[in-house]
Design a protein around this ligand. Structure first.
Ligand SMILES: Nc1nc2c(ncn2[C@@H]2O[C@H](COP(=O)(O)OP(=O)(O)OP(=O)(O)O)[C@@H](O)[C@H]2O)c(=O)[nH]1
Ligand SMILES: [Mg+2]
Length: 461
């Protein structure tokens, strides 16, 4: 896809649409030449001498015609995002002026940036390593404040630091093995074995910890799905609205109001929980609507947590029973709704059949019990991934995959050491692991991997 990687690049860095302002970014050696050609500062200024990290007010002109009134920010190399000369032109946020300013930049020598190309330059020029570049994506896609904090840590280089520590440990082991290869000395074989195996186990345990922290991180970053199911009119949509604290879903007294599933994300103690309100199960022309049941079951399959809503003001019926029969293997909470009305449901029976901690009584109408329900959802999440400790880690698929590969190779190596395998094999395995760490941090990375990573960014980032 990418042919030339040099030159001066430009892009609209804000979303295209009507907005307060829109920003065009430039980076590369020709940046200020281009700015000189298209920007007329309001106060006479020698643009070549404008200090870094300052802003100038003026107009973008196409020959003598004013295109937009702007603020231009100057960031000179190496103190910029890309470590190159950069400028950001803050325009009025209309599509037409933004596009015209962009084409002026291109007319005067810049080219349109590829997705993520600014960040790619930051990486190539050594301002950030690959895990930090990937951390930028985590920051952009953070759904809660807690997730943002973790992503910002990765951006600051916390993952790089951990990986480089592990790399250092592996290098030490490798030195010992190589010394043994170069200066073979039979008598020391036991001490070599003991020390090496012990060091490898230390690295393995560090990797295990990273993966378990990443398991919790994944929950915090991506959240979990919780599907609301139940018979028609049980109050599922009312529950969604109550959890969201807004009237998102349509609620009526007519059974069968919700036809298509509605999804909204709420934040429970920093964890994004995607709530899915499904169509209620009901009778159509005297028979249980098959599609409704099937759809509810499908959602139950897909979601990590199932919220079964029962209408507490009515007796349990056939549909409720069908649902309750299916939740055995799931992570479920039984919600007895409408507790502001007279209770008719066979609560005692339900409490006999299901553990108490799985049952909660609420009123979606008044909001009573919603906090207890949220607590129960939170507890269920932690049951799945372990207590949140504040040391959560975000690993993307590439990073997690590589760490698992390193772990596998190291486990094998540990065995090989114990079983007196050839030193060359051990050294080779250690080198493989070190190479994989370098692929993670970008010290040694293929063009293909880079292409994959940076193509996930937007144009202008
Ligand atoms: N008194 C009382 N009424 C409720 C409560 N929750 C829901 N309702 C009423 O029950 C009726 C059905 O509510 P919905 O939220 O539309 O029920 P649903 O389960 O989404 O129904 P379908 O989409 O048709 O499957 C409405 O008239 C609500 O006002 C509650 O806690 N107390
Ligand atoms: Mg509904």
């Amino acid at each position: 896809m990418q042919t030339t990687k040099s030159g001066t690049i430009c892009a609209i860095s804000t979303p295209l649409g009507i907005s307060g302002i829109g920003i065009i970014r430039l980076s590369g050696p020709e940046t200020y030449k281009i700015i000189e050609k298209i920007f007329r500062p309001a106060r006479k200024t020698d643009l070549r001498k404008v200090p870094s990290h300052t802003v100038r007010y003026g107009h973008i002109v196409n020959r003598d015609r004013t295109v937009d009134e702007v603020l231009v920010t100057f960031m000179r190399k190496p103190r910029s995002y890309t470590r190159e000369d950069m400028a950001e032109i803050g325009c009025h946020g209309g599509i037409i002026p933004l596009k015209e300013v962009l084409s002026l930049c291109i007319k005067h020598g810049a080219r349109l940036a590829h997705p993520g190309e600014f960040t790619r330059r930051a990486f190539i020029n050594g301002r950030i390593d690959l895990t930090q570049a990937e951390g930028i994506l985590d920051v952009i896609y953070s759904k809660t404040e807690k997730a943002l904090n973790i992503a910002l840590n990765k951006l600051k280089g916390s993952l790089s630091a951990e990986l480089s520590k592990i790399r250092g440990m592996l290098m030490e082991v490798l030195y010992v093995v190589e010394a043994k290869i170069n200066f073979p000395d039979e008598e020391e074989i036991e001490t070599y074995k003991f020390g090496t195996a012990q060091e490898i186990r230390k690295v393995l345990s560090a990797l295990d910890k990273m993966l378990s922290r990443a398991g919790r991180g994944k929950v915090m970053q991506q959240g979990i799905n919780a599907a609301i199911t139940g018979r028609a009119n049980a109050g599922k949509s009312s529950l969604l609205n109550s959890l969201l604290k807004e009237n998102r879903a349509i609620v009526t007294e007519i059974p069968g109001t919700t036809r298509d599933a509605i999804q909204e994300t709420i934040n429970i103690k920093g964890i994004p929980v995607n709530i899915i309100d499904t169509a209620g199960i009901r009778k159509v022309r005297g028979r249980i609507e098959k599609m409704g049941v099937n759809r509810a079951l499908e959602w139950m399959e897909k979601a990590e947590i199932v919220l079964v809503v029962l209408d507490g003001s009515k007796k349990i019926n056939e549909y409720d029973r069908q649902l309750l029969q299916h939740i055995g293997g799931k992570n479920y909470i039984i919600i007895i709704n409408k507790n502001d009305l007279t209770e008719k449901i066979e609560k005692e029976q339900i409490e006999k059949d299901f553990p108490r901690e799985r049952i909660v009584s609420i009123s979606a109408k008044t909001g009573e019990g919603i906090d207890r329900l949220e607590d129960k959802i939170y507890t269920l999440i932690l049951k799945g991934c372990g207590e949140m400790k504040g040391d959560e880690l975000f690993l993307n698929i590439r990073q997690e995959g590589k760490i698992r590969e390193i772990k596998e190779t190291l486990s094998l190596t540990e065995k090989e050491v114990e079983e007196n395998a050839g030193l060359e094999i051990v050294a080779e395995n250690l080198n493989t692991c070190i190479k994989k760490i370098d692929e993670l941090t970008g010290r040694d990375v293929s063009e293909e991997t880079m292409e994959k990573i940076f193509s996930q960014f937007c144009i202008g980032k």
